[in-house]
Design a protein around this ligand. Structure first.
Ligand code: MF3
Ligand code: CO
Ligand code: CO
Length: 300
């Protein structure tokens, strides 16, 4: 990787990214500097922005607002609630906390939150539609606080759920929990997808392919993509400082979808129910920390 031109001098910063001088670090320890795990390498080679502790703190603070928003929306949910009322609340609450709703005007998206009911997989646009007893509804929020993005969503029951609704919401929640559980340095993006796909398909459900988790933090959608399907050991290796979402969309029937004429609303092709949960994570030395930490252990 080092050309003659970029040869490291004894007094240069060590290429391993320790911050020490080369002569006091890998040169002294007779180690080949581990360049493939440095922020510089991840950026140049993979366009992945590894975050500093200060940046992680910024995302964590935006994440507090994500959890707060989702908690408060949950309290609003009832039959008869019009989905535009969720939008009005999220928009106003986000502003009043000094943040901006990332979805509003993002690539032409017209609202401040995504609200996806029943067979809507994601990117449902709030409107005149009223929730009714037995519906499931996903609410996805992404506030930008002091320039930092945190992204999270949850699927809620409206009134009393039937067995299908309970099943798909339970499988989607557990899919996120299992995907998160493999996150640690040395794991790969493929390990996350595999954990989710194995479980969800084992439950007779299917995993959406067209939408994936994503790097997040300084922008809404950063590298890398985090598919919710895949093969163990494949894909990018996780390293401390990576921040990304895991957000499996799981269908009760088949995984195929179509997008409505509004160019946003994604719907299951077979009309089956779809559910989703999303959190924003940072990879740590020990494993991971959720920056949108809501409870995923739910007794059904
Ligand atoms: N929040 C969604 C995600 O998890 C993205 C929504 S894009 C929007 O990635 F424009 F619809 F808001
Ligand atoms: Co997301
Ligand atoms: Co989201």
């Amino acid at each position: 990787m080092f050309s003659r031109k970029s040869r490291v001098g004894r007094n240069d910063p060590c290429p391993c990214g320790s911050g020490k001088k080369y002569k006091q670090c890998c040169l002294r320890n007779k180690k080949t500097p581990d360049v493939k795990h440095t922020p510089d390498y991840y950026l140049r080679r993979h366009q992945v922005i590894l975050k500093t502790p200060e940046q992680v703190e910024g995302i964590r603070r935006a994440g507090v607002l994500v959890v707060d928003l989702l908690d408060r929306v949950e309290q609003m949910i009832r039959p008869g609630l019009v989905t535009d009322e969720i939008n009005a609340f999220v928009d106003e609450y986000t502003r009043s906390h000094g943040a901006i709703s990332a979805p509003l005007n993002y690539r032409g998206y017209p609202k401040s939150v995504c609200v996806s009911v029943n067979e809507v997989i994601c990117h449902g646009i709030p409107g005149e539609w009223a929730l009714k007893d037995g519906d499931i509804v996903n609410v996805d929020v992404t506030p930008i606080l002091n320039g930092y993005y945190a992204d999270g969503n949850k699927t809620f029951f409206v009134g009393t759920p039937n067995a299908d609704a309970r099943k798909i919401v339970s499988v989607a929640r557990e899919s996120l929990r299992l995907g998160m559980s493999v996150v640690k340095p040395g794991s790969t993006v493929g390990d996350i997808g595999w954990a989710i796909q194995q479980y969800a398909e084992g439950q007779g459900c299917s995993v959406v392919r067209e939408y994936v988790g994503h790097g997040v933090g300084l922008k809404f959608h950063e590298r890398p993509d985090i598919p919710h399907y895949g093969h163990p050991g494949r894909g990018l290796e996780l390293v401390p400082g990576m921040t990304f979402t895991i957000e499996p969309m799981v269908n009760l029937g088949r995984h195929s979808l179509y997008v409505l004429d509004d160019d946003w609303t994604a719907v299951t092709e077979d009309g089956s129910l779809s559910a989703q949960f999303e959190q924003t994570l940072v990879v740590t030395d020990a494993g991971y920390e959720s920056l949108t930490p809501y409870d995923l252990e739910k007794s059904m």
